[in-house]
Structure formats: C-alpha cells, structure tokens
Design a protein around this ligand. Structure first.
Ligand code: PGA
Length: 251
C-alpha cells in the first residue's frame, strides 16, 4: 500500500512569523490524520524555526533545493548534509522553476538526487512538460527522459526506498489551470511504466507519484481518486492553512 503524501511547497513566500504560524496551525489541524503523510518545504532561513515547531509531530520537513557538492567554496549554496543536519527528510530536485529560472539541467538534477540520497533523505524528483511540448505531442518523451535522466545516478533499490516522483505539468503550475484527473492519470501510469523499466515490478508498484500544478480544495478529490496518483505537491494553496488542511483531508 502506498501511503499518500501531501506536500506544501512554500516557494519564496512567507516571513519568519508567517512560516512559524503556518507550521503550528498545520500541525494543530492535522494531528488526527493517520492515513496520510504531510510534509512542508519552507524557504531555507525558516527551516530551523519550522523544525522546532514540528518537533515530535509526524509532519516531514523538506528543502526546496540543494547544491550538488557537500561542502566547499560555493558562495550562496546550501548542501544536502546541511539540510539533513537541520532535520530535513526531503529535498525537491528539479522543480520546474529551478530548471527554467536557474538553469538546472537533467545532469544537475541527477546529481542533486544522488546527494540527497547519500545524505539519508528522500529526493522528490519533479518532472513535467511545458504547454508547447504537450501541444506538439511530446509529453511522454519529455517526462520519460526527465525521469530516466534524473534517476541516472541512483540504484533501483535507492529509487524504491528514497525517491518520490512529482509530476507537475509546467503549464499547470501557479496558473489555476490544472490537469484533469484523466490527463494526470495517463501521465502517472506512463511514469509508473517507465519506473518498471528501471528495475523490478515492485519498484514501480511501491513508488509514490505525486501530482502538482494548481492543486486546490475543489480539485483534489478528483485527482486523488485516480489509481496512480499518490499525493500532491501543492504550491499556492499550501500557504493558506485552511486550503492546505482541506487538501490533506481529501476524500
Ligand atoms: P501551484 O505550485 O500549486 O501553485 O501550482 C505547485 C508547485 O510548483 O509545486
């Protein structure tokens, strides 16, 4: 059984006060939920205070990115071991904003996945096609290659135990224009097939594949009813306690 994961990507939003408040409210309002795993991805400076608010809870802490080396003269960069040391359990690798704004290539993403796993955390490998790629029928080619290249440096066993895939069509991120459950399910099933090609069948059947891109309280139930959708990576709606908690209580 794959336990659903509902993850909140706070991006470059929140102040220190907002972050701490958001974390405590999420904790308070989701304490009773047993059948879902919850994780939050605050901005780097707020990881430590948010970790303190979440201490002793089952909510996972994650970082939005990491650098490809563990330490060294890399001004401004933050490494996976550093993130592990402040209590992170997850790192987002290859979010579309990292790919498009910061130029992360598939090779860079693969190195980040490797560093995350080496540091004892779970990599959330984000993949997804642009509107143009979908229009020209390239969705499977793009997504399939992002999955394979992103996982190029980890073994089948590491993928099974330390990787979650997040399918986030670029055209759905932050646009309010979400994929229909049927569209998302198609790509999720294709990703699961691609994973089966990388290792044993158990690898594919045990791995969690999240959907991301304008997930909201009013569309989460339809998405979560699809057989291959195992959770959500939520941006905008994760900044509002009520929406995020409603998403975590999907039906
Ligand atoms: P969104 O962002 O929910 O605001 O579309 C999702 C994401 O970028 O992870």
């Amino acid at each position: 059984m794959r336990k659903p994961l509902i993850a909140g990507n706070w991006k470059m939003y929140t102040t220190l006060m907002d972050a701490v408040e958001l974390a405590s409210e999420i904790r308070r309002l989701t304490e009773q939920l047993r059948d879902v795993e919850i994780a939050v991805f605050p901005p780097f400076p707020f990881l430590v205070p948010v970790a303190a608010k979440l201490a002793g809870s089952r909510i996972g802490l994650g970082a939005q990115d990491c650098y490809v080396a563990d330490k060294g003269a890399f001004t401004g960069a933050v490494s996976a071991p550093m993130l592990r040391s402040v209590g992170c359990r997850y790192i987002l690798c290859g979010h579309s904003e990292r790919r498009s704004v910061f130029g992360d290539s598939d090779a860079t993403v693969a190195a980040k996945v490797r560093r995350t796993v080496d540091s004892g955390m779970t990599a959330v490998l984000c993949v997804g096609e642009t509107a143009q790629e979908r229009r020209s029928g390239q969705t499977s080619v793009v997504v399939g290659s992002q999955v394979k290249l992103g996982l190029a440096q980890v073994s089948a066993e590491e993928i099974r135990s330390n990787v979650v895939i997040a399918y986030e069509p670029v055209w759905a991120i932050g646009t309010g224009d979400t994929a229909t459950p049927a569209m998302a399910q198609d790509v999720h099933a294709f990703i699961r097939e691609t994973l089966a090609g990388l290792g044993t069948d158990t690898l594919a059947s045990e791995m969690r594949i999240l959907y991301g891109g304008s997930v909201k309280p009013d569309n989460v139930d339809g998405l979560m009813s699809c057989p291959d959708i195992d959770g959500a990576l939520v941006g905008g709606a994760s900044l509002e306690v009520k929406s995020f908690v409603r998403i975590a209580k999907f039906e």
